[in-house]
Ligand binder design. Structure first.
Ligand code: WTA
Length: 636
């Protein structure tokens, strides 16, 4: 993706799209520059203002403690719980009767929750978790389809101070098992399945396989979604609906009082090398960061219906389906299934039917829907839409224009938000009044500064590609990698001491707008999902035919990037199209369907450094017919 994106973005870098007077009229924040100046001069003051709009059990003594970088602490001395803001606070106001969640299943079932009803069910489930022995600080693994209970499970954990670790429902056994092992969860929550593309995704079966090798798991709680037969192990597995009927599931539950820097959740993500690592987020700073960003960027109002179409299993869902909209008191819309099921107008019909005002999705989804043509969206009244959003990868200008013109009717600004699991919140993003350039996330959010550096750490000239770094701390920043603080320092803060290394390459243009080009590490973005080459490679070598493997990402029209694998076979195995297929399926079964390689190539040798590290960069250049660059470290 990176090369082609870079080319096209240059061509239109001069195109500027200004907000209409309607947009400016409606915007909560009209003077972007004034607030940006204030926050730049007064970082702690800006964040203290935002924090003051939320509820705290006990105020902070210090906004930011930067005495031990990169282990920054925010709102030091404060007591809080994100649930106090997401649910408790609303119960005493008229929001209590407002819809918090509208959910539509792929098979057409609909469920709605008022703030009152959601709070009640969260309390009940929190009490169930307590009865299962879950205590403050315990980890709970959640592996569920896109149904309301995933939201309820996350909120219930947070309520009692347990740390949730959500594993995306599209992952399979190896990925799930590795994440449960690392987190040492006692309890896992899953479902009998979920609907996707008219088929049942058998999550319970995968969970059964995974927990076979995870001795820490004592209890598996199972939500009934599809009603098909699953194995329930006596003494370990319990149905959610059975437990919720018992006296233990009382609808009253006190919210645990947490320190601002107590952990809220961990979320595994793929990094440069090795196994996925757990990014740790906390209650206090995180809630302030996601609240302020959703408020300013999507300008969410009380009467808005917000649809973040991501999966709750990724950070986008954590921050902007589950927590921030609830803190704002908004109505969130959630849809279980595939955008094209049963027809490519499913999303557009949902926007019309539920009067969605803001849609936030990924470029890959837009490209995927674009290919079915304009007639599908044109059959629907999309006039309720007021703002659009994009996240996950650079949006190519063609998709940007289609989204803007066909979906947004030319009147909805597109908020292209650049951020990461690690950042917790939007970092480079416009607000509705900021003039847009298709393909650019514009400028850093209030209080933040970004730079483009060359290899030696010097600022790159305008328009030149370099490493993207962030130079100011922000409240929703990750606090550490779970169980591995050294890796946190090494990976993010060591290349350029004192600066946060994002792992992306980018350019800044003469107007100060940032253009993200893509990852510079061993992360592949498939349909916006973040996968590590190491994970894919270890799935490949777990097949008896494979001696060695390397995976790279190559440009793909819809997915952004697709996985291409290169395998050296063990003696006694012959390359064949059938074996290539078998290996693709093998990766899909072990890691998850999203990780299935587009192509498996058989090779005799892999380009390696003298120290034995695979040079994926060289493989990539070869595959694209490009020059191989500096190969002085190549062993061959
Ligand atoms: C990429 C997703 C361009 C980037 C929230 C980043 C983007 C990685 C954008 C993080 C965007 C995310 N434009 N690229 N608007 N948003 N990215 O952790 O490469 O799943 O480093 O977080 O996605 O992926 P993650």
């Amino acid at each position: 993706m990176s090369e082609s994106a870079a080319e096209t973005t240059t061509a239109i870098a001069s195109e500027m799209i200004y907000p209409s007077s309607d947009v400016i009229e409606r915007a909560r924040l009209k003077d972007w520059d004034a607030l940006a100046r204030y926050a730049a001069d007064n970082l702690e003051g800006f964040w203290a203002d935002e924090a003051s709009e939320l509820g705290w059990y006990q105020p902070w003594e210090k906004v930011l403690d930067d005495s031990n970088p990169p282990f920054f602490r925010w709102f030091v001395g404060a007591k809080c719980n994100i649930i106090h803001n997401a649910l408790d606070r609303h119960q005493a106001t008229e929001r209590r009767n407002k819809l918090a969640l509208i959910w539509v299943g792929e098979n057409g079932s609909v469920r709605t929750y008022s703030y009152f009803a959601l709070n009640r069910e969260v309390n009940q489930f929190a009490n169930v978790l307590k009865a299962m022995g879950v205590k403050k600080g315990d980890r709970v693994t959640i592996y569920m389809p896109r149904i309301p209970e995933i939201v309820i499970a996350m909120l219930a954990c947070a309520k009692i101070g347990a740390v949730h670790s959500v594993v995306y429902g599209g992952f399979s056994v190896d990925a799930l098992q590795g994440r449960i092992e690392d987190s040492e969860s006692k309890v896992a929550i899953t479902a009998d399945g979920g609907w996707m593309n008219g088929k049942v995704v058998e999550l319970k079966k995968t969970m059964d396989e995974a927990v076979k090798h995870c001795p820490t798991i004592e209890t598996v709680l199972v939500v009934q979604r599809t009603g098909h037969q699953v194995n329930m192990e006596t003494g370990r597995d319990y149905w959610y609906h059975d437990l919720m009927k018992l006296p233990i599931a009382s609808p009253k539950c006190a919210t645990e009082v947490m320190d601002a820097d107590d952990p809220l959740y961990m979320l595994y993500t793929s990094g440069t090398t090795g196994r996925p690592k757990a990014i740790l987020h906390v209650h206090g700073g995180y809630m302030v960061g996601i609240y302020a960003t959703l408020k300013y960027v999507f300008d969410l109002r009380d009467d808005d219906r917000w649809w973040c179409a991501a999966d709750p299993g990724w950070v986008t869902g954590h921050s902007y389906i589950v927590y921030a909209p609830l803190i704002m008191g908004a109505t969130s819309f959630m849809y279980e299934g595939a955008p094209t099921y049963p027809y490519p107008n499913r999303w557009w019909s949902l926007i019309e039917k539920y009067g969605i005002n803001v849609l936030y999705t990924a470029p890959t989804a837009i490209r995927g829907l674009m290919r079915f043509g304009e007639s599908w969206p044109h059959r629907h009244d999309l006039s309720s839409l007021r703002l659009l959003g994009s996240v996950g990868e650079p949006i190519n200008p063609e998709a940007w224009r289609w989204y803007h013109r066909v979906i947004g009717g030319g009147r909805c600004p597109i908020m292209d938000t650049w951020w990461q699991t690690e950042t917790g919140m939007f970092m480079i993003t416009p607000t509705p009044v900021v003039p847009l350039k298709p393909g650019s996330g514009t400028r850093p959010f209030f209080g933040q500064e970004a730079e483009i550096l060359d290899e030696a750490g010097n600022p790159a000239p305008d328009e030149e590609e370099g490493y993207l770094v962030l130079t100011k701390p922000w409240p929703a920043m990750m606090r550490t990698i779970y169980k591995d603080p050294d890796r946190y320092v090494r990976q993010y803060w060591s290349k350029y001491p004192g600066k946060y290394l994002a792992g992306d390459s980018a350019r800044r243009d003469k107007d100060g707008y940032f253009w993200i080009i893509g990852r510079v590490d061993d992360v592949i973005k498939v349909s916006g999902y973040r996968l590590g080459t190491a994970e894919i490679e270890s799935a490949l070598v777990s097949h008896p035919a494979v001696a060695e493997a390397a995976a790279i990402g190559l440009a793909h029209e819809i997915k952004g990037q697709a996985i291409h694998a290169f395998c050296i076979l063990r003696q006694g195995y012959q390359p064949s199209p059938a074996l290539a297929d078998e290996l693709r399926t093998h990766v899909g079964q072990h890691l998850g369907p999203i990780a299935k390689p587009e192509a498996v190539n058989f090779v005799d040798k892999l380009p390696k450094t003298r120290s034995g590290k695979i040079m994926r960069r060289v493989l990539k250049a070869r595959a694209q017919g490009l020059p191989e660059g500096d190969v002085s470290t190549l062993e061959e």
